[in-house]
Design a protein around this ligand. Structure first.
Ligand SMILES: Cc1cn([C@H]2C[C@H](O)[C@@H](COP(=O)(O)OP(=O)(O)O[C@H]3O[C@H](C)C(=O)[C@H](O)[C@H]3O)O2)c(=O)[nH]c1=O
Length: 180
């Protein structure tokens, strides 16, 4: 298991060792010890899964404290462009984003710390998106940012995405007051 760090502290990409043979492939999708050694720690209490066809954008979402969630995300099938935005008010990288392509060949994973908004584009049909969360779903604490806010400058890899009505009316970075 290897780890890639970014110029936004706390953000980590995990590259598991994938064992391929004539039957297919095997990899460890979670290891509290190996990931803990890389600073990926949390009380993982809920697993989620969504399926999206090519061109779907979900996000940018987060949960506000006291139900803020760190997430450990990956795809089990298909491919996704995963995007996280630093919304920690005192962070020198506030408003900056990092994006990583997650795929079901390398089975790479992305650690989304508390204080980041998260979203992704499904790059293929039947993209199965799996993630672990460090707090339970709390709809009353849901927050979000508008996916295509020019101030974020995110290239989602799609012009006219399939996106929920809820996500289309999320606030821009300028309109929004971060709870982190
Ligand atoms: C997140 C969540 C949703 N739901 C229910 C609520 C809705 O009836 C339905 C779909 O929810 P939503 O449209 O919020 O799903 P996504 O747009 O995929 O949102 C998720 O995708 C982005 C990328 C994220 O990072 C978040 O984890 C999460 O917000 O599932 C639950 O029952 N439990 C949950 O934990």
């Amino acid at each position: 298991m290897e780890f890639r760090y970014f110029d936004i502290p706390g953000v980590v990409e995990i590259l598991p060792k994938v064992f391929g043979d004539a039957r297919g492939a095997f990899f460890e999708s979670f290891s509290a010890q190996k990931m803990g050694d890389a600073g990926i720690v949390g009380d993982w209490v809920q697993d989620n899964q969504s399926r999206s066809d090519r061109g779907v954008v979900r996000g940018l979402h987060f949960q506000k404290p006291p139900h803020a969630q760190a997430k450990l995300v990956r795809v089990a099938a298909g491919r996704a462009l995963d995007v996280i935005v630093d919304i920690r008010r005192d962070s020198p990288t506030y408003g900056r984003h990092v994006s990583v392509v997650l795929d079901a060949e390398r089975f790479n994973m992305f650690y989304v710390p508390v204080g980041f908004a998260h979203g992704f584009t499904a790059l293929e049909d039947n993209t199965l998106f799996l993630y672990k969360c460090t707090d339970y779903y709390a709809p009353q604490s849901e927050g979000g940012l508008l996916w295509n806010d020019p101030a974020l400058g995110i290239d989602w890899g799609v012009e006219n995405p399939t996106i929920s009505a809820k996500d289309q009316v999320l606030p821009t970075l300028a309109e929004f007051e971060s709870p982190f």
